[in-house]
Design a protein. Structure first.
Length: 394
């Protein structure tokens, strides 16, 4: 009988991957539709988190290799993949989509001509599917993204990747979020719980350090070179793996918390958001948009549970940070502060906060915050108009 956490995780993932990768047919014949801004809030259902970064996981993180470095530089397949990744990073999704498809075609031709091994063929197919899946998520094609993430997961497993490896956890988290969007609650929750089971044991000792105030932060300060340019700090492979694990756990906590928030399971969501805050602070730093997102989630929970004083405190703390660091996510904090003021009957203050939120949303092109600010200002104007009519009548 399995008793260790690792063995329990392995069994749970085997069940999950069987569910994730069975009973569907390969199909990537889709045409990108209108691009929509893919932020931490999914447009389909407020409060459910997305995880697609918009850029697929590199083959280095997957642990795969196309071959020797000198061979890669001359390899048309690798060069096409790199070009696709570059276009994807620059936001040219149409070009990236075309290049990922071209790379798939090249890999088919090369394996048929025995120019590449079958292992390399599987590697390339896995990477291209992951890139295409992220594009599908960015363009709102959820079902296509689901199929492609499943194909990516199958490729990882066929390459012998460990079932609780970070790349597998990331894929499971993406699929869990897709299931949440689709309303498949049981599948979504099973995915979230697997991700927690796969990552939490790896971070137990580090988390104890954080909670005890004994340091151990994974935030790496950038060095400045002689020209005054920031340089990425050097980290060991083990440090990078631990940081990635911590970031994945933080993403899972936030995503699962938003799922529970949407399901009105507030008492269950609160400890997840509080823990997500701890991880964001110690992996990304307070002066990061991701940390502000977690504060906004926490404040949203306080608002819907009518703990307005707690919500206002969290929002003010976040606004102080975001104003100082000039973070785009600060726009959402101002909008939610406006929502707090509206609930407290402080309409003038609400209008001021939401106006600031609107201005910041325009500066940072934050479409979600812009919609929030407009709704807040409309509500405030309606309240003020009603108050004016009452005064005139009296």
């Amino acid at each position: 009988m399995a008793t260790s956490t690792g063995r329990r995780v392995g069994l749970s993932l085997r069940a999950l991957t069987k569910h994730f990768t069975s009973n569907w047919k390969w199909n990537i014949g889709y045409t990108p539709k209108k691009i929509w801004n893919y932020t931490y809030n999914v447009a389909y259902k407020p409060g459910i988190a997305s995880v697609g970064s918009g850029l697929g996981v590199s083959y280095a993180l997957f642990g795969f290799s196309f071959g020797k470095k000198e061979d890669e530089d001359k390899d048309v397949l690798t060069e096409t993949y790199r070009s696709a990744r570059l276009a994807h990073a620059r936001g040219d999704l149409k070009k990236a989509d075309d290049l990922y498809r071209e790379a798939l075609k090249i890999s088919d031709e090369q394996v048929a001509a025995k120019k590449i091994t079958y292992d390399k063929f599987l590697t390339s197919r896995t990477l291209m599917c992951d890139g295409l899946a992220d594009i599908a998520m960015q363009t709102g094609q959820i079902e296509t993204a689901e199929m492609l993430y499943k194909e990516t997961m199958k490729g990882c497993l066929s390459q012998g990747m460990a079932q609780d490896a970070n790349a597998m956890v990331e894929l499971a988290l993406k699929l869990a979020s897709i299931y949440a969007i689709q309303g498949k609650k049981e599948e979504a929750e099973a995915g979230y719980k697997f991700c927690l089971d796969a990552t939490q044991p790896k971070m137990e000792e580090r988390e104890k350090q954080w909670r005890a105030g004994k340091g151990g932060s994974l935030v790496k300060k950038k060095k400045v070179d002689v020209r005054g340019q920031a340089e990425e700090p050097e980290v060991s492979e083990q440090e990078e793996i631990e940081t990635n694990t911590a970031a994945l756990l933080g993403m899972t906590l936030g995503s699962y918390g938003r799922f529970l928030l949407y399901e009105k399971r507030y008492q269950e969501a609160l400890p997840l958001f509080e823990k997500a805050r701890l991880y964001a602070e110690n992996t990304l730093g307070k002066e990061s948009n991701q940390y502000i997102v977690v504060l906004n989630d926490l404040a949203t929970l306080y608002i819907v549970t009518k703990n307005l004083s707690d919500a206002e405190k969290v929002l003010r703390d976040g606004i102080k940070i975001s104003d100082s660091a000039k973070l785009g996510e600060g726009a959402t904090l101002y909008c939610n502060l406006g929502a707090v003021y509206l609930r407290k009957g402080q309409t003038v203050e609400a209008m001021g906060a939401c106006k600031t939120g609107l201005e910041l949303a325009q500066v940072y092109d934050h479409k979600t915050a812009y919609r929030m600010a407009e709704a807040c200002l409309h509500k405030g104007a309606t309240v003020l108009s009603g108050t004016s009519h009452v005064k005139q009548a009296s």
